[in-house]
Design a protein around this ligand. Structure first.
Ligand SMILES: Nc1ncnc2c1ncn2[C@@H]1O[C@H](COP(=O)(O)OP(=O)(O)OP(=O)(O)O)[C@@H](O)[C@H]1O
Ligand SMILES: [Zn+2]
Ligand SMILES: [Zn+2]
Length: 797
């Protein structure tokens, strides 16, 4: 009897360990660690998904006090091949120690969505004997319709190459298909007698005779060669089979990209490159000013790794926002690149994942979750813009890609490179201590390019009658650049900022009925939306509070700014890039390539334009509102502001023409803004570190945030104190616990939220404390209580 250890998809403390199940005899030789199965679970024996994480002996089961005859039996094996490998399973064990999420949610995070959602497996016979024996001449059979013995048979046939399997996502509309014909019956082809007068049919018969069985063509291709009727004839006679196949949309990325050759590295780049490819025992921090050629260093490191027969992972903050980066990788490495793009459908992501698992990709370019790809033999992992918060997942499991990268680099003996012009304080501090090796690029790579000059425009003095959003200086400068046929990038900082409506008479601002937050105005849909729970309602024309009709719009969205600017400069061609204009697939790329081709003078957008753009003709960058995020109740507010301003300023003057940057601000004396003006990361680092030390925040202290939520506020508070004392029982008096206090947004989704923040340096029993908290949430009386545990939280709102 074969017994498998299975982690079941029930996120709770009791199920956070493997359960033993009997493997049905028919499947004994086919199951493997890392496959998914369906198993009966709980008293109702409901079928649940699970992962096989090991096998165990009968004696072991009996020694644990279990009777073999009591064990339940695996109901179905879901995979033909393991979907998780040994490295990933070991990684999940390690992550469990620091991420405080249930094992099952960690395992699921490692897989492409398709394998976690509903889909079916469709089998096709590749062998005529198999087709007649098992398929009863049906083209396809659904795996789920088969019994256990037949399933086992199909798995064997698949291994012998006689059956192919394909996962079919349930959401069909996201899949792009094309018609293909395959040569499925050579014998039938030879047996066909065709009249000598049917010239085209004869020609096609001859053509097909020279092709191997199983060969596939695009339907349109054959139709073009022989005509629709002739192709139909062979399909009708059972020689060819017509079917729909999914086409990979990521294929689009590979088209129209010219190949690109390596540049000769300058001295600083060369020194960084040499250090990375020779020593691999320490992670590297590549701190390089904007435009210093970090990307060129990444590309050459990866080229080196590929030459050595290894592979590489390149992480970028949010890949749909960085099409330029993707193109540069494809230009250099062509079909060796796999892209884990958030804009791909689940089916397409699954295709890329399979390409990687099959060893067909050498370089994976992707966002956060790409850190889990089943790439073997990794030689380098690179994290670009390592300070970006998008590397931290803000739902369970709350992992940071940087931490996973460290573990994977260790496992493979790979070089880990963290790159940024404005490293996070945590990373920079580690480099200071020698935990990371610091590599610096201090000059722009393009010899002719200079770091642009930045001017601050004090908006308290620059109030403009003509425009609510722009000072006159800014307007004049934009006009000057447009008249010189140079390009302008304008950023509206949306963080901590939104458009809302308010009654001029009584000051009433509509709020979400479920959340303590004002509703955001969306002009494109003409609605008021809640950004937390998704509530939407129409825009009122009279004040619900005082019936006045003086309802006014406040805050300037990108759309409003665009209209205003267009009115002031009717001749300027403006492109807008924000969530509204980039909803459609490929919209980012279209906007950027049109701007790159000089089809617009001004690119106006939100933060999404701050990263990665490399346009030689951009000579002015304007920031419309620098300070909106400065006053958020978050100890990283200054850091975020400094990083954003430095990034966006770096978009100007990247080639021969020199660049200028204008920043409109109400806080021209704030150090984050002043130091962004002088591009002084070093000074910013020192200043900010002094604050963090004084207030005992990271990187001097580690932090864990607990958010306690319940629909009743009193219970939320009571439970928060209960949890506080649980924690205190384990923590030393050197740890500090802040709170419980209400979260800055105290209620969302009809739940009240309180937070506790643990700040500590060394706590041996922290894990025990947090596991106790998880245990507490499992109690029946706490069924409606939600506790979120977030190690090194990045977001305090
Ligand atoms: N060694 C080199 N010789 C000539 N040009 C180079 C060299 N390295 C990089 N460049 C060019 O300089 C420009 C900036 O380089 P790159 O985009 O790699 O910098 P970066 O540091 O990644 O930029 P950012 O972080 O600001 O997005 C690019 O146009 C790039 O092609
Ligand atoms: Zn009113
Ligand atoms: Zn809401």
């Amino acid at each position: 009897m074969k017994i498998a250890k299975i982690i079941v998809d029930v996120p709770s403390m009791q199920t956070d360990k493997p359960f033993s199940y009997v493997v049905p005899e028919a499947l004994e030789t086919l199951v493997a660690i890392g496959m998914r199965v369906h198993v009966p679970f709980g008293r109702g024996n409901r079928l649940m998904q699970g992962f096989i994480v090991g096998f165990e002996s009968q004696e072991l089961v009996e020694n644990q006090g279990n009777r073999l005859q009591d064990l339940k039996v695996i109901a179905e094996v879901l995979d033909f091949e393991p979907v998780l490998n040994a490295e990933q399973l070991a990684l999940a064990d390690k992550m469990r120690e620091t991420v405080f999420a249930y094992k099952i949610s960690i395992l699921k995070a490692m897989l492409p969505n398709l394998l976690n959602s509903s889909y079916d497996k469709v089998l096709t016979a590749l062998d005529p004997q198999v087709a007649s024996d098992y398929f009863e001449n049906a083209d396809e059979i659904h795996f789920s319709s088969l019994d256990e013995v037949m399933q086992a048979t199909m798995m064997k046939l698949q291994r012998e190459g006689k059956v192919s399997v394909r996962y079919v996502a349930q959401s069909k509309e996201t899949i792009k298909t094309k018609k293909v014909v395959s040569l499925t019956n050579h014998a039938q082809l030879l047996a066909l007698t065709i009249s000598a007068r049917a010239k085209k049919k004869l020609a096609m018969q001859t053509f097909l005779q020279h092709e191997p069985e199983g060969k596939v063509w695009d339907n349109t291709e054959l139709v073009a060669l022989f005509s629709r009727d002739v192709v139909k004839f062979f399909i009708g006679n059972g020689v060819l089979t017509l079917s729909d196949v999914e086409v990979s949309r990521s294929q689009d990325y590979f088209e129209n990209i010219e190949t690109d050759t390596q540049k000769t590295l300058n001295a600083e780049q060369k020194a960084a490159y040499e250090a990375i490819i020779t020593s691999q025992d320490k992670p590297f921090l590549l701190e390089g000013v904007t435009g210093s050629g970090k990307t060129e260093v990444y590309l050459q490191v990866i080229a080196h790794v590929i030459d050595a027969g290894k592979t590489a992972i390149m992480l970028v903050p949010e890949i749909s926002l960085t099409p330029m980066m993707t193109s540069r990788f494809i230009a250099r490495f062509g079909e060796n690149v796999a892209i884990m793009h958030s804009g791909l459908s689940d089916g397409e992501k699954y295709d890329e994942w399979r390409k990687i698992a099959a060893g067909k990709a050498k370089v994976v370019v992707g966002a956060r979750s790409a850190i889990f790809v089943p790439l073997a033999n990794i030689g380098a992992i690179i994290i670009d813009e390592e300070h970006e918060t998008s590397y931290k997942q803000d739902s369970n499991p709350r992992y940071h890609a940087r931490d996973i990268a460290l573990l994977r680099a260790q496992y493979h003996g790979a070089a880990l490179v963290l790159g940024s012009a404005t490293p996070s304080l945590e990373t920079r501090a580690r480099a200071q201590q020698g935990v990371y090796q610091l590599l610096r690029l201090t000059q722009r790579a393009n010899q002719a390019a200079q770091i642009p000059e930045v001017r601050l425009l004090d908006m308290r003095k620059h109030l403009n009658d003509k425009s609510a959003s722009f000072s006159q200086v800014m307007l004049d400068k934009i006009a000057e650049k447009v008249s010189k046929k140079e390009q302008v990038v304008l950023m509206l900082n949306r963080r901590g900022y939104s458009s809302f409506i308010m009654c001029r008479d009584c000051g009433f601002v509509p709020e979400c009925p479920n959340c303590d937050i004002s509703l955001t105005l969306h002009m494109d849909t003409k609605t008021l939306n809640c950004h937390y729970c998704g509530h939407t309602q129409g825009i009122p024309y009279t004040c619900p509070n005082c019936q006045s009709n003086k309802i006014r719009y406040y805050g300037s969205g990108t759309q409003k700014v665009e209209e205003e600017l267009q009115e002031l400069m009717p001749e300027a061609r403006i492109l807008r890039m924000d969530v509204d204009t980039t909803k459609k697939k490929g919209a980012h790329e279209r906007i950027l390539s049109s701007f790159g081709a000089g089809q617009a003078d001004i690119l106006l957008g939100t933060q999404m334009i701050a990263k990665g753009l490399d346009f030689p003709n951009v000579t002015l960058v304007g920031v419309i509102n620098a300070d909106t995020a400065l006053n958020l109740p978050d100890f990283r507010a200054s850091e975020r502001t400094f990083q954003l301003l430095t990034q966006v300023a770096g978009r100007a003057g990247r080639a021969e023409k020199s660049g200028e940057v204008l920043i409109q601000t109400f806080n021209p004396d704030h150090y984050a803004i002043k130091l962004a003006q002088t591009h002084d990361y070093e000074q910013f680092y020192q200043t900010e570190m002094a604050f963090r030390r004084k207030l005992a925040y990271p990187p001097y202290y580690f932090t864990v945030q607990l958010v306690i939520s319940h629909k009743n506020e009193e219970i939320t508070v009571k439970k928060s104190y209960e949890i506080l004392s649980l924690l205190q029982a384990h923590l030393t008096d050197k740890a500090r616990v802040l709170g419980p206090i209400a979260k800055p947004i105290a209620r969302t989704h009809n739940l009240y939220h309180y937070q506790l923040l643990i700040k500590y340096r060394f706590e041996d029993h922290l894990a025990d404390a947090l596991n106790d908290v998880l245990d507490l949430t499992q109690l029946r009386e706490n069924k409606e209580l939600r506790v979120m545990i977030d190690s090194e939280p990045q977001n305090f709102m």
